[in-house]
Design a protein around this ligand. Structure first.
Ligand SMILES: [Fe+2]
Ligand SMILES: [Fe+2]
Length: 329
């Protein structure tokens, strides 16, 4: 599996499209309610690990006498942010341009903004306004900077161990963080957890392949991959620091069901080819950035690439299985 996985520096960023409903109570020369929609695109360079970033947004709302439209740029840091841009409002008095300035507080699907509009130019219009804007938003991740988002499926680097509902299962860990090494240590502990989960994932794959009558060399390759993942977990823990330990392995034995050939195929493509391939790329990038660890990282990258190849072979085995009744494009 891949270290870098979702954890490497370059892999964490997230871009999302955020449609939402916007309801505003505003007061100036008039007092009224604006109702409408907002659409924004936001980018967070560190993803969910450190929620900060920037975006662009457009708003369109209706009120009793006309509309209010705005386009703005936004920056956010944790739950707080600021929108700044341009707005135009129409009313019975005509159209008036304005400066849109709105500090906001956002948690989950909900955001609250203190929305101010400063009228630009003279003449009649709605004048300066201040309002309370309530937003209901639904962020849709569209693309990690280097990641892949598939609806309903979390593609992680490396081959995850999945529970009955497809959820990734990871062993717990105690970390050996010390002051000043917190970030790097935590990252490698997370990596070790993913690698350790891959050990079980490949052991189960070997068992499943055997049960479905796969050729012995394919089963043996899966067992060899499990051994390599065990070594990856050990190396990752080493990078994390001397006190890092993996605790309990994930429990899955009692709940496991034998996957069908189609499930085997889907896992091979999504977790194997995509996940392991992504892990190989991320590890190779990491090796270039970390000269002191380059040899170990490059070796892991090569092994992850071979796991992706193994997964392609598993997919081919299923696709050519005589009992397969589902179409393979
Ligand atoms: Fe690995
Ligand atoms: Fe792997």
């Amino acid at each position: 599996m891949g270290p870098a996985q979702a954890r490497a520096d370059e892999d964490r960023s997230l871009t999302a499209i955020v449609p939402g409903y916007l309801h505003t109570w505003s007061t100036g020369r008039r007092t009224w309610t604006d109702r409408g929609a907002e659409l924004s695109v936001v980018h967070a360079p560190y993803g969910l690990d450190r929620w900060q970033g920037f975006g662009l947004l457009g708003q369109l709302q209706r009120h009793d006498e006309g509309i209010r439209a705005a386009v703005a740029a936004e920056v956010f840091y944790s739950a707080f942010g600021l929108e700044a841009g341009w707005a135009v409002r129409t009313s019975a008095d005509g159209a008036q341009h304005g400066l849109h300035l709105a500090p906001f507080f956002s948690v989950g699907f909900l955001s609250v903004a203190l929305r101010t509009t400063f009228a630009l130019g003279s003449g009649s219009g709605t004048g300066n306004e201040v309002g309370l804007a309530l937003g209901l938003k639904l962020p849709i991740p569209v693309q990690g900077w280097r990641g892949i988002y598939l609806p309903g499926r979390n593609v992680v680097g490396g081959r995850p161990l999945r529970g009955p509902a497809g959820e990734p299962l990871l062993p717990s860990a105690c970390d050996g963080r010390r002051r000043g090494e917190a970030h790097d240590s935590r990252r490698w502990i997370e990596q070790a957890r993913l690698e350790q989960a891959s050990v079980d994932s490949f052991l189960w794959l070997a068992d499943d392949l055997d049960a479905h009558g796969a050729p012995a060399p394919l089963v043996e390759r899966a067992l060899a991959a499990a051994a390599e993942e065990r070594e990856h977990a050990r190396v990752s823990l080493g990078f994390a620091g001397r006190d890092a330990r993996l605790a309990a392995a994930p429990r899955r034995r009692g709940t496991r069901r034998r996957p069908t050939l189609q499930q085997l195929y889907e896992e091979a493509v999504l977790d194997g080819v995509l996940g392991e391939g992504r892990a190989a790329i991320a590890l190779a990038n990491e090796a270039r950035r970390q000269p002191l660890r380059a040899a170990a990282l490059a070796r892991m990258a090569a092994e992850e690439a071979s796991h992706a190849q193994l997964s392609a072979a598993v997919a081919a085995f299923v696709a050519t299985h005589p009992s397969v009744g589902f179409p393979v494009a």
